[in-house]
Design a protein around this ligand. Structure first.
Ligand SMILES: Nc1ncnc2c1ncn2[C@@H]1O[C@H](COP(=O)(O)OP(=O)(O)OP(=O)(O)O)[C@@H](O)[C@H]1O
Ligand SMILES: [Mg+2]
Length: 386
C-alpha cells in the first residue's frame, strides 16, 4: 500500500464522503453510532459490524450492531462485557485484523444465538489519548484469498479513517446532548427560583390575610371586607407573578412603578398582613438598570418573607440606600430569633438563601447574611450601577 494514497472502496471517494457526511449530520449520540456502524459495514462490505462505547464498570454504556436482526439480537442475550478481543482493542489500544477470530488465543466463545464469525477487523476509536469506543467488523463478503483474512490492509486504512471521523462525530454529539441537558437544568432551576420567590410569597400573604378576614367577620364586618379586598388584590398579583415567571417577564409593577414604589407598596401590604411592624425607608436611590431592580426586589421579598416566617420578629426594616455614587444597597433587618447561616443545609428544601445568592451574583452584586441566634438577622445586597 502506498502511503498517502488511500485505497477507496467500491463507490470511491463519493461513498466515503457521503458516509462521513451522514455521521456528522446527526445530533443524538445513538443516531451517530448507528450511522457509523452502518457506513462501516457498507463501505467495507462486511456481514456484521458493531460499535461499543465502554462504561466504567467493565461493560458497555452503548453497543450498536448492524447486520443482526432484532430477533437475533434479543436471542443473543445480555450485552457483551469488556474481555477477550474487545478488551484488547479498548485497553491495549490495538488494531486487530484476524483471519479467524475463533482461533485467536484470547477468544472466549460467544452465546448460543451469536452468529458465527471468522475474519475480523476491529480498532479503537480515540479522542486524543482516550479510547471512547471500539469499532469492529466480521465476515468480509467477498471471497477470501488462500484462506487468509478477508479484510485487507486497505480495509484497515479505511476503517482507521472512519474511526477518526467517528470520534469527532461522537464527541460533537455528546457535547450537544450535554449542553442541551444543561440548558434544560438551568431553565428548570430558574423557573423554580422564580416561582418560589414570586408566587409562594404572595400566596403566603394571601393565606394570612384570609385568616385575618375570617377572624374579623363577626366582630368588625367593615374591616373584614377591607381584608377581603386585599385577598382579591393579592390573588390577582399572584396570578400576574405566575404569568410573569412563566413568560420570563419582569415582576409585575416594576416596569410601571419602579423599584422604590414597588418595594414601598409591598412593605405596606406586609405590614398590614402581619403582626410585626414592617417599615420601609429609602434614601437617594432612583431608577437602577432593569436587572438590578429585579434582583433587589426578589432579594427583598425573600428576606422579608423569611423574617416574617421564621424569626418571630416584632419589627422588620427594609432600607434602600446609596452607600456610594456607583452602588445601591438593600438591607432587610429583623429583631427576631436569628439563626446560624452556616448551619442551613444547602441541599433539600431550603431554596431561599441559595436563590438570593444566585440573584446577587447574577447582577455582579454581593449578598451578606448576618445573623446570630438570639440577635436578629440582617440581609444586605449591594449592586453596582446606581
Ligand atoms: N430572618 C430569619 N430569621 C430566622 N431564621 C431564618 C431567617 N431567614 C432564614 N432563616 C432560617 O434559615 C433557613 C433557610 O432559609 P431559606 O429561605 O433558605 O429556606 P426556607 O425559608 O426554609 O424555605 P424556602 O425555600 O421556602 O425559602 C430557614 O428554614 C430558617 O430556619
Ligand atoms: Mg425562605
Amino acid at each position: 500500500m502506498t502511503p498517502g494514497r488511500p485505497h477507496l472502496p467500491p463507490g470511491g471517494l463519493a461513498a466515503v464522503s457521503s458516509a462521513l457526511l451522514a455521521m456528522s449530520r446527526h445530533l443524538e449520540v445513538r443516531d451517530v453510532l448507528k450511522t457509523i456502524v452502518a457506513s462501516a459495514r457498507d463501505l467495507l462490505d462486511a456481514e456484521y459490524a458493531a460499535l461499543g462505547v465502554p462504561d466504567d464498570h467493565g461493560g458497555f454504556a452503548q453497543f450498536v450492531v448492524d447486520g443482526v436482526s432484532d430477533e437475533q439480537w434479543k436471542a443473543i442475550g445480555p450485552l457483551p462485557r469488556q474481555h477477550g478481543i474487545l478488551a484488547a482493542m479498548l485497553h491495549g489500544n490495538e488494531t486487530e485484523r484476524l483471519a479467524d477470530v475463533r482461533k485467536d488465543p484470547r477468544f472466549e466463545g460467544w452465546p448460543d444465538a451469536h452468529p458465527d464469525m471468522s475474519d475480523f477487523l476491529g480498532l479503537p476509536i480515540r479522542d486524543g489519548d482516550e479510547v471512547i469506543g471500539a469499532l469492529f467488523l466480521a465476515n468480509k463478503r467477498c471471497p477470501k484469498v488462500d484462506g487468509g483474512c478477508g479484510f485487507t490492509p486497505a480495509d484497515e486504512e479505511l476503517l482507521t479513517l472512519l474511526a477518526q471521523h467517528a470520534a469527532i462525530a461522537l464527541t460533537n454529539a455528546r457535547l450537544y446532548e450535554r449542553s442541551r441537558e444543561l440548558t434544560i437544568a438551568e431553565e428548570r432551576s430558574r423557573l423554580a427560583h422564580e416561582l418560589h420567590d414570586a408566587v409562594s410569597q404572595k400566596l403566603f400573604s394571601l393565606r394570612l390575610t384570609a385568616q385575618a378576614a375570617t377572624a374579623l367577620v363577626d366582630r368588625d364586618p367593615a374591616r373584614a371586607k377591607d381584608e377581603l379586598h386585599q385577598v382579591a388584590a393579592l390573588a390577582a398579583e399572584a396570578a400576574d407573578e405566575l404569568r410573569a415567571a412563566v413568560v420570563e417577564l419582569r415582576p409585575a409593577g416594576l416596569d410601571e412603578d419602579g423599584l422604590v414604589a414597588t418595594l414601598r407598596n409591598q412593605v405596606q401590604v406586609m405590614d398590614r398582613a402581619h403582626t410585626a411592624h414592617v417599615v420601609f425607608d429609602s434614601c437617594g436611590v432612583r431608577a437602577l438598570p432593569a436587572a438590578q431592580e429585579e434582583a433587589m426586589l426578589r432579594v427583598a421579598q425573600e428576606a422579608l418573607h423569611n423574617a416574617l416566617r421564621h424569626s418571630g420578629a416584632a419589627r422588620v426594616d427594609v432600607v434602600l440606600e446609596k452607600p456610594r455614587d456607583d452602588r445601591a444597597r438593600l438591607t432587610v433587618t429583623d429583631d427576631g430569633c436569628g439563626f446560624d447561616p452556616a448551619g442551613v443545609r444547602r441541599a433539600g428544601r431550603h431554596l431561599g438563601l441559595v436563590s438570593m445568592r444566585d440573584r446577587a451574583s447574577g447582577v455582579g452584586g454581593t449578598l451578606t447574611v448576618h445573623s446570630e441566634p438570639g440577635k436578629g438577622t440582617t440581609i444586605t445586597l449591594e449592586v453596582p450601577g446606581a
